[in-house]
Structure formats: structure tokens, C-alpha cells
Design a protein around this ligand. Structure first.
Ligand SMILES: [Zn+2]
Ligand SMILES: [Zn+2]
Length: 421
């Protein structure tokens, strides 16, 4: 298979980093082998023993100080360069999704109802590759690199567990000097962008995601005599429509929010008015202010409408990940690094955030940094038709891992002030 067809010739790149790209090209088979092993044996959630073992095998022999986290299968691996300087953190998430795989790939999942459908297997391969690349440069490295191998991104808040366990408390150097973490970067592969393309933006890059539950309680009875009951079904319907008016009429369209009711649950028979009706859904926002305001608005609307009909509404909002906010200068820096690797034609400054959610948000609440997207549409496929992330048929172009490893490595080197030729 031809490797890295998407990397631009050096004369089309600006600030070309030929050495790093050559090094990444040589690391592709290593990353591919890790990725395929993880893909075959996917694990879900915070406890990923096989995945952790595979990562430790991959890192074996490298000059890293490894901390195995206790509350999760997280791994913090610290590379200390031979020259003094600050620390930069690179993150890769490691968990799979609870779903069947129907790709037909030779290295398809052998675990029932588990699949690496979000490409986190490629993230691990790329981060381990970057750890090796940077380890090879240890003698000239003016600072340190902390590699964050994180479980439980898919709704388990793995990043928060690792932060709570002291991930960011890097020890002093042997000479007693401090080496604070000055920046953190994460990559996410997407099958909906051509392989090797890169993109991000400053400010909000991914939405907050909260789960919504509304329980309307009335009084059940005979369907033929609704006036002897308090029927929660029309009230639930009114609430669904009023929430859409809340979103469009009470919120700034330039600071958007999404409220989607995905389930309406009520009743058991055609001739019985139920006592309760239930609504479930999701709330997204791209600013903390709008997130808080829409929560308050949903409570007011649901309780107010139910009260107007002599009923009660209980609104339960289960807080998920906060908004992922890229630091502006860090995002611009990351775009510049991306251009130096793939050329300006393959780098996109996104006009809008992505409405999915990410627990790298917790890291970016504590450190300046950015999350970037890496294109991974399989070669020969149309990105618009390629099965998306989380599809049972999604596949990712492994050659894009070369670009990803070059990006991780260049981000670290340039953050630490290494000039690349
Ligand atoms: Zn995902
Ligand atoms: Zn993901």
C-alpha cells in the first residue's frame, strides 16, 4: 500500500518539517500494528486492561516515566528531555463503543457488541508513535512531553478521572527545577474529512452535551372521560413544541443551542389515560452562558405549562461534558503546525464548532491548548458518503496516522521551542 499519498511535496509546504514527516512515515507500521490489535479486541468504558497492556508493550523500552492510574486504566507517560524546559501534554483516548461491527475488515472486532467505531484505536497508535518519535529526540528535547492515554471518552468522563488523580501534577526535574505544563493538544480522526486533512478553530470547537428528562404527572383514568382525569399527554406535547420556540425565540442565533426531544413515553392502552408522560432528549450548547440559560428556560417552560394545566413537571438535567473551548492562540498555532506538514490546501479553519461533545473539554478548562480534527476517509471513498464515526460500517484510512503522528510530534517540538527545518 502506498504510504502517505496525502502529504504535500515539500515545496508546497510552508515551514516544511521534512525530518518529522520522514520519521512519522517510518513509524506507520508500528502505529498500524497497535491500531489493529486494539481494533480486534476493543474495550469499553474506564476499565481497559487489554488495551492498557498493549500500550505498555508498545512503550516498552522507551525512556518514559510511566504512571498507571488507579481509578481507571489511564496511563500517564512522561518523557523528560535532556535539556530543561516546560512540559507539553498530548492526549489520545483509548475506548471503544458498545455496538456491533459490520465492516468486514480482516482485523474486525472479535468482541461481541464492542467496536472501535470512533477511531480511538488510531489515536492510541498515533500517540504511541509520537512517544517513540519524541523519545528518539530526547537528547535535543528542551523540556518534557506528557502522553495522556485516556479511557472512557465515550460518555464515562475518563479525562476527569485522570485529572482528579493528579495527571497535571508533574514532578520537578531531577535538578529540582519546575517544568509546568504550558499547553495540551488532542487529535480526533473523522471519516468525514479526506485522509490527511486537518482542521480546527479557536474558541468553542465542540458542544456541551446534557441529558434531559421531563416527567409530567397528572391523574389517570378512562379515555372516554378525560374531564375526570388530568391527562399528561397533551401537556407533554405542548412542552415539546414550546421548547422549540424557546430555542428559536429566546436564544441568540449566533450563540446557538439545540434541544432535541428523542423519546416520548406515555400510556399502555388505547382506552387508558396514563398518570404520567415522560420526555427524553439532549441539550447542546457552545457557550457556558447559553448552556445555563437554556437549562433554566427548559425548567421554566415545562413547569409553567404543567402548572397551567394543574399538573406537575419534574425536570431532570443530567450534566454531561462541558463545551470544549480551544484557546485562540493555541488553535492558530496548531493550524500553522498543520500547514507545515500537509500544506495550506489541506488545512481548514472551521467556520463552526462540531455539535458532538468531548471530555478533552475538562483538560482545556485547566490548560491552554486545542483539539484538532484529522481526516481519515478511506482512500478512494467520497468523504460525504463514507460511513461516519460511530457507524457500524465506519473505516479509517490508516495512512492518515502518518500525518497525525507528524502533527503530534511537531506540536510538542514547536511548543518547546525546537526549530524544525
Ligand atoms: Zn465517539
Ligand atoms: Zn471519539
Amino acid at each position: 500500500m502506498a504510504s502517505t499519498p496525502k502529504i504535500q511535496p515539500a515545496n508546497e509546504r510552508h515551514g516544511a518539517t521534512t525530518g518529522v514527516i520522514d520519521q512519522a512515515t517510518g513509524m506507520l507500521e508500528y502505529a498500524r500494528s497497535i491500531r489493529r490489535d486494539l481494533h480486534t479486541w476493543p474495550e469499553i468504558g474506564l476499565d481497559l486492561p487489554k488495551t492498557r497492556d498493549r500500550v505498555l508493550t508498545a512503550l516498552d523500552g522507551l525512556p518514559l516515566d510511566i504512571t498507571l492510574h488507579k481509578t481507571t486504566s489511564g496511563i500517564a507517560a512522561l518523557l523528560t528531555g535532556d535539556k530543561p524546559g516546560p512540559t507539553v501534554m498530548l492526549r489520545g483516548d483509548m475506548d471503544a463503543l458498545p455496538m456491533p461491527e459490520d465492516t468486514g475488515l480482516e482485523f474486525s472486532s472479535r468482541v461481541e457488541n464492542a467496536m472501535h467505531a470512533c477511531g480511538h484505536d488510531t489515536h492510541v497508535g498515533m500517540l504511541a508513535g509520537a512517544a517513540r518519535m519524541l523519545s528518539e529526540r530526547k537528547a535535543d528535547l528542551p523540556g518534557r512531553v506528557l502522553f495522556m492515554f485516556q479511557p472512557g471518552e465515550e460518555g464515562y468522563g475518563g479525562a476527569e478521572y485522570m485529572l482528579d488523580e493528579g495527571l497535571l501534577n508533574v514532578p520537578k526535574r531531577a535538578d529540582g527545577s519546575d517544568s509546568p505544563i504550558t499547553a495540551a493538544y488532542a487529535l480526533h480522526i473523522t471519516s468525514s474529512m479526506p485522509a490527511g486533512f486537518l482542521g480546527t478553530k479557536g474558541g468553542p470547537i465542540m458542544a456541551s452535551s446534557d441529558r434531559l428528562d421531563i416527567i409530567i404527572t397528572g391523574k389517570g383514568g378512562h379515555a372516554s372521560e378525560p374531564f375526570r382525569t388530568l391527562d399528561p399527554v397533551p401537556v407533554a406535547s405542548e412542552i415539546v413544541l414550546a421548547l422549540q420556540a424557546l430555542v428559536t425565540r429566546r436564544h441568540d442565533i449566533f450563540d446557538p443551542t439545540v434541544v432535541t426531544i428523542t423519546r416520548m413515553i406515555a400510556g399502555t392502552a388505547y382506552n387508558v389515560i396514563p398518570e404520567t408522560a415522560r420526555l427524553e432528549g439532549t441539550i447542546r450548547a457552545v457557550s457556558a452562558a447559553t448552556r445555563a440559560k437554556v437549562h433554566e428556560g427548559i425548567k421554566r417552560i415545562a413547569e409553567g405549562i404543567a402548572n397551567a394545566h394543574d399538573m406537575n413537571a419534574e425536570v431532570i438535567i443530567d450534566l454531561g461534558y462541558p463545551v470544549t473551548v480551544n484557546d485562540g492562540p493555541s488553535a492558530d498555532f496548531a493550524l500553522d503546525v498543520a500547514e507545515s506538514i500537509v500544506g495550506p490546501k489541506q488545512v481548514a479553519k472551521f467556520p463552526n464548532p462540531v455539535m458532538g461533545a468531548e471530555d478533552f473539554s475538562y483538560v482545556l478548562e485547566k490548560l491552554p491548548g486545542a483539539m484538532l480534527f484529522l481526516g481519515g476517509t478511506p482512500n478512494g471513498m467520497d468523504p460525504r458518503k463514507s460511513p461516519p464515526n460511530h457507524s457500524n460500517r465506519v473505516d479509517f484510512e490508516e495512512d492518515a496516522m502518518t500525518t497525525g503522528m507528524a502533527v503530534y510530534t511537531s506540536l510538542a517540538l514547536r511548543t518547546l521551542g525546537v526549530m524544525l527545518d
